[in-house]
Design a protein around this ligand. Structure first.
Ligand code: LRH
Ligand code: MN
Ligand code: MN
Length: 424
């Protein structure tokens, strides 16, 4: 379904006076509000094709109704999100969950919604019916060369699909690891992984990157071959300039200082970008900002400071993507909440008085340093986000408009109550 422009205009008209009052109030306290608005308009977050359907757990899956049944319907859902928030102008495909059979047609269909294609993701963590060898004991790290070769070829095929879609990055996440001590020679597994990645690296077009994702556990529960940022960094350093480390926020053990990791990867030019989500215990799929929004702000504070120090364009220098899927929420509503949370954290980081913070650090004035950060964090920047959306042609309140138009009911009518999306 598509959202008529007039619906957005009517919605904005009805909220305009209240919005202006709130915006003027917060804008008064911000030194360069126009600069912040411009950066917010430019800042886009990619939506993963696997987030549009209800995920589930290994214990069960409860379909939400009206889920997209094809890649085209997933693109239409991202188009709807983008029409509402003007902040999600790209989609990231997981192959073979979503295969773009006819790239020219798919690209044209996506561009009708103002969308393009972000990183393509390979999948060697599941067996496909057509494949000769099983990934039960791993893929790129496998002890059997034939299995490694099959996984290498799959990644090269994914690059080809991506090239046809004008993607510029391959995201590699491996579930390779071991479940029990003694199962694996860890050094051997790492060396084989590096060797396999080198073959994939050789197949990368010149203007492409390969993003190496890490995760401490799950599905393996003793060791994961690319288990943390050190192991990913080691691989991406050995591979070369086109390889970088991808940070999925949910892929850290509890209370890890992610902002410090991000700061150092950025310093080394090795930060590929993000898979945004949130996590309370071991989950890596919760709505961004739903558990620890302060941590998200601190990450953005490092990013803004670090990118400005290196003259990087916030919007384009690294990859910004959500990686989540949900059991109980409407996926479109959840994605609207996630994008909003990311942009809130970004806007708050833009408000940090950096020169004053540098001075406080220089003076070892710890109290003042905390005051400066929390002054920004405690600012309600939502009216600034709404103003940016308004200027970009989106809705002042995307979630309220999505609900107000009963869009999900329309999707259920079009696609059925029991439509089941491909993917996780
Ligand atoms: C693994 C992961 C990785 C996969 C996605 C589906 O947990 O974060 O990025 O590709 O989930
Ligand atoms: Mn991820
Ligand atoms: Mn994950």
């Amino acid at each position: 379904m598509e959202l008529g422009k007039h619906l957005i205009e009517e919605h904005n008209q009805s909220l305009l006076n209240t919005h202006k009052r709130k915006f003027d109030f917060v804008a008064e306290g911000v030194s360069d509000v126009e600069g912040v608005i411009k950066k917010l308009i430019d800042f886009q977050i990619a939506i993963p094709s696997w987030a549009l359907g209800t995920g589930g757990t290994r214990f069960g899956r409860f379909s939400g109704g009206g889920e997209p049944r094809s890649l085209e319907e997933k693109i239409a859902d991202v188009g709807l999100i983008h029409a509402l928030n003007k902040s999600s102008n790209s989609i990231s495909l997981h192959i073979p969950w979503d295969i773009p059979e006819n790239a020219t047609e798919i690209k044209a269909y996506a561009s009708h919604f103002g969308l393009h294609f972000d990183a393509v993701n390979s999948n060697t963590f599941q067996d496909q019916p057509s494949q000769a060898h099983s990934y039960k004991y791993g893929s790129l790290h496998h002890v059997d060369k034939a299995v490694r070769q099959q996984a290498i070829e799959h990644n090269i095929e994914v690059i080809k699909y991506g090239a046809e879609l004008d993607s510029k990055a391959l995201s590699v996440w491996l579930s390779d690891g071991s479940n029990f001590p003694g199962q694996l020679n860890m050094r051997g597994a790492f060396e084989r992984t590096l060797d396999s990645l080198q073959h994939i690296y050789e197949a990368l077009p010149n203007d492409w990157k390969v993003w190496v994702e890490y995760k401490p556990y799950e599905p393996n529960f003793y060791s994961t071959t690319i288990g943390d940022w050190g192991q990913s960094y080691l691989l991406s350093s050995k591979l070369g300039e086109k390889a970088q480390t991808l940070v999925d926020l949910g892929h850290h053990l509890g209370s890890t200082n992610i902002e410090q990791i991000v700061s150092l990867l950025l310093m080394e030019g090795k930060l590929a970008g993000f898979h945004f989500n949130d996590s309370k215990y071991g989950d890596d799929d919760l709505t961004v900002g739903s558990i620890n929004p302060y941590q998200l702000f601190l990450i953005f504070n490092e990013l803004v400071e670090g990118m400005d120090a290196r003259g990087m364009n916030h919007a384009t220098a690294i990859g910004w993507m959500i990686d989540a899927s949900h059991n109980v929420k409407d996926p479109i509503e959840d994605l609207l909440q996630s994008v909003e949370a990311i942009k809130i954290a970004y806007a708050q980081a833009l408000l940090v008085d950096q020169p004053a913070l540098v001075q406080a650090q220089q003076d070892n004035d710890v109290v003042q340093a905390q005051e400066i950060l929390q002054q920004a964090y405690r600012t309600d920047v939502r009216p600034i986000l709404a103003e940016a959306r308004l200027r970009a042609g989106g809705a002042i309140q995307p979630l309220a408009l999505f609900r107000g138009t009963a869009a999900r009911n329309q999707l259920i009518q079009e696609r059925g109550l029991k439509a089941v999306s491909t993917g996780l």
